[in-house]
Design a protein around this ligand. Structure first.
Ligand code: ATP
Length: 312
């Protein structure tokens, strides 16, 4: 049977504008193109998990509008159970305006809309049942913190491991730390949570150690083209990235996390899971857009192998 994963998170419609450079205040710029693509960290991570072979249930909230319907249709196409996605009568579906320049740097404005009103009911028997059968509850910070804590507490009580990607970066409420099994952070989140600079593998390893000391079994610090640092009871390793030509890094972190979660849920080692995440993310950055750029399992298994990891 495929591993089961429950994702709590945001669903956005991404309006992706390709531009020569970011406009200055007062500047009117002729862009190259616009694409409307399903995104949002929750949706992206759910899609990454599904494409890596997991049975995925998504908890979230969209508006009663065309974007909401289009997002549900996209989830259906990926075989994701969106019975736990609520429809908000007042707020619109979340939108992200993503500007990608010719240097593949992105600048993003997010309007949370319905995502800000996700409600997790700790007494919902259907939710308890979903978590009972799942290897992981995956959450980020694009949905309200209080709801993340409620879901994590329920998962923890039920015995479902919690994987948190605290993005956008925000301090964790004290009660969330003991509920976490795996923490996946980028450099910015690592610095905010550990109080240490984490922009080199050696620095990221120190930050990861500090985060592990809060009681988290596994920590990954992703370093963009620098790869990732993995920390667990065995110590810290640097996993270099694959050398690829990045055209759009949107959803690289989400793709990585999904591939990591499914490989761990499959019973493989932490290092094997990080390597699988690195291969999946490398494929993602060579394609434009959020969900269209997330590779499936076969594509990852056909792709090049990353360099060996280095103990730190
Ligand atoms: P995003 O917010 O863009 O989704 P993030 O900040 O959460 O990303 P990153 O650390 O930028 O996460 O990237 C996640 C993983 O994606 C990295 O650990 C790496 O494996 C892969 N990756 C990102 N950028 C590149 C790149 N330019 N070349 C190869 N791999 C990359």
């Amino acid at each position: 049977a495929p591993p089961r994963i429950v994702v709590l998170g945001s669903l956005n419609m991404d309006l992706v504008l390709r531009v020569p450079h970011a406009p200055e205040a007062g500047e009117t710029l002729q862009g190259h193109s616009i694409h409307t693509v399903p995104g949002g960290k929750g949706g992206n991570q759910a899609v990454s998990c599904a494409r890596q072979g997991a049975a995925v249930s998504l908890l979230g909230r969209v508006g009663a509008d065309d974007y909401g319907q289009a997002l549900r249709a996209a989830l259906t196409r990926d075989g994701i159970d969106h019975g736990g996605v609520q429809t908000d009568a007042q707020e619109p579906t979340g939108v992200a305006l993503v500007m990608v320049d010719d240097a593949a740097q992105n600048r993003i404005v997010v309007i949370a809309g319905a995502n800000a009103r996700v409600e997790v009911d700790a007494h919902d028997p259907e939710l308890a049942q979903r978590l009972q059968h799942a290897a992981f509850l995956v959450a980020q910070f694009e949905t309200p913190l209080a709801q993340v804590v409620t879901a994590a507490a329920l998962a923890h009580r039920i015995g479902c491991k919690v994987m948190l990607n605290p993005s956008p970066a925000q301090a964790l409420p004290a009660q969330l730390w003991p509920l976490l099994d795996t923490l996946v952070v980028n450099e910015v989140e690592a610095r905010l949570l550990s109080g240490r600079v984490a922009d080199t593998p050696a620095e990221a390893a120190k930050a990861a150690c500090a985060l592990r000391a809060r009681g988290v079994a596994r920590v990954v610090v992703t370093l963009g083209a620098g790869g990732a640092v993995a920390a667990d009871t065995q110590g810290c390793r640097h996993h270099p990235a694959l050398a690829v030509t990045a055209v759009d890094t949107t959803a690289a972190g989400d793709t990585f996390l999904g591939a990591l979660a499914v490989t761990l849920a499959d019973g493989q080692s932490f290092d094997a899971a990080v390597r699988h995440g690195i291969r999946a993310a490398a494929l993602c950055v060579t394609q434009v857009g959020a969900q269209p750029s997330i590779p499936d399992r076969d594509a990852v298994l056909r792709s090049a192998l990353p360099p060996d990891w280095i103990p730190l």
